[in-house]
Structure formats: structure tokens, C-alpha cells
Design a protein around this ligand. Structure first.
Ligand SMILES: Cc1cc2nc3c(=O)[nH]c(=O)nc-3n(C[C@H](O)[C@H](O)[C@H](O)COP(=O)(O)O)c2cc1C
Length: 180
């Protein structure tokens, strides 16, 4: 059965290293006959969560920006890819801001498969553990029945394009292609 895959690309650099890995993932996914859509967060206006608490009862955010649309896509996806550059050894602000804004409907993001794509200048995979741990704060600790299916570690990539000579490219492609 064809899956609906949502790729959320949080780098501020379109065509940057994590975004390029997203494209490889999407290429593999589409080759397997699934529907994949990449959402590049910088193309959207996503304000900070204000912690007002209104959504705890209404399940809607009082802010009128682009997050409601993205949240709807998350609720309707079968699989979600969260992609970020490593900034000071954790996820970047765009990704964290987006995650914080899932509050109105996060309990509806249920039974999903999750993939993580991370890019960093550091050459050690261990340098990405805080970033992955941050993602798991959402998926393992908050979302109902989330399944972590794979991680692409785009290590050793600093300048835009450096990821292209990394084995992470092939890994991203194959991970996308392996979606069943
Ligand atoms: C604000 C900022 C903070 C960064 N912090 C780290 C870091 O803590 N560790 C690291 O290995 N690389 C760090 N980098 C490098 C990026 O992770 C690296 O350039 C990565 O390839 C960016 O991914 P992107 O092209 O997808 O944006 C940082 C870069 C910036 C701009």
C-alpha cells in the first residue's frame, strides 16, 4: 500500500546538507511508489508557542500562521522525517519552534513511523546524540505509539554541498526506498 511521507526540513539553508539528504530520502521514497512531500520550514511563517494554554481545551492555536497547515499534514502522514542541522550540539531553532507548536494536536500524531536526518560539521556520530535525544523527547516521550525507523547521520559536512561526498547520501536514499 502506498504510504504518505512528510519530510520536514528545518535547515535555514535551502539546498544545504540536511536538505540535500532530505531530497535523497524523497527520491528513494518515490522510487518505491510512495507519496512524499518535503516541507521546507523557512518557506513558512511559524511563530513561537506562547504557552497560553488555550489549545489544551480548543485543540487549535490562537495564532494565525502557517503551523495549522503543517500540523494537519503531520496528523495525516503515515511517516514523518524530521531533518535538522546540528546547532550547538542540538536541533536548530526552526525545528524546535515547529515541534513546540504541535501542542494543539500532538496526541493526534499517533501510530506514525519516524525518521531522523541530521547534518553536522563534526565527524563523530556521537556528536549528534543530543539532537537525536531532543527528537525522542517528542517521539518517545510524548507521541502515542510512534515508531523510530531510522537515522541518517550526515557527519563531517560544514559548507553547503560537502554532504554530497558522504555515504549518508546513499543511506538517505536507501532508507527512503526501504519504506514499506
Ligand atoms: C549556528 C550554528 C551552529 C553550529 N553548531 C554546530 C555544532 O554544535 N556542531 C557541529 O558539528 N556543527 C555545527 N554547525 C555546523 C552545521 O551543523 C553544519 O554546517 C551543517 O552541515 C549544517 O547543515 P545544513 O547545511 O543542513 O544547514 C553549526 C553551524 C551554525 C550555523
Amino acid at each position: 500500500m502506498s504510504k504518505n511521507v512528510l519530510v520536514i526540513s528545518a535547515s535555514p539553508r535551502k539546498g544545504g546538507n540536511s536538505d540535500t539528504l532530505c531530497d535523497e530520502f524523497v527520491r528513494g521514497t518515490q522510487e518505491s511508489g510512495h507519496h512524499a512531500e518535503k516541507t521546507f520550514l523557512r518557506d513558512h511563517q511559524i511563530n513561537y508557542c506562547t504557552g497560553c494554554g488555550v489549545c489544551n481545551t480548543t485543540h487549535q492555536c490562537v495564532q494565525k500562521d502557517d503551523m495549522a497547515k503543517i500540523l494537519d499534514k503531520m496528523v495525516h502522514a503515515d511517516a514523518i522525517v524530521l531533518a535538522t542541522p546540528v546547532y550547538f550540539y542540538t536541533m536548530d531553532g526552526q525545528m524546535k519552534t515547529m515541534i513546540d507548536r504541535t501542542v494543539p494536536r500532538y496526541l493526534e500524531i499517533a501510530d506514525k513511523d519516524f525518521y531522523f536526518i541530521v547534518a553536522a560539521a563534526d565527524t563523530e556520530q556521537a556528536a549528534m546524540e543530543r539532537t537525536i535525544s531532543g527528537f525522542r523527547g517528542l517521539t518517545e516521550d510524548c507521541l502515542p505509539n510512534a515508531h523510530e525507523k531510522g537515522i541518517v547521520y550526515g557527519t563531517g559536512a560544514w559548507q553547503v554541498g560537502e554532504i554530497k561526498s558522504s555515504p549518508a547520501m546513499q543511506q538517505a536514499y536507501e532508507m527512503g526506498r526501504a519504506i514499506v
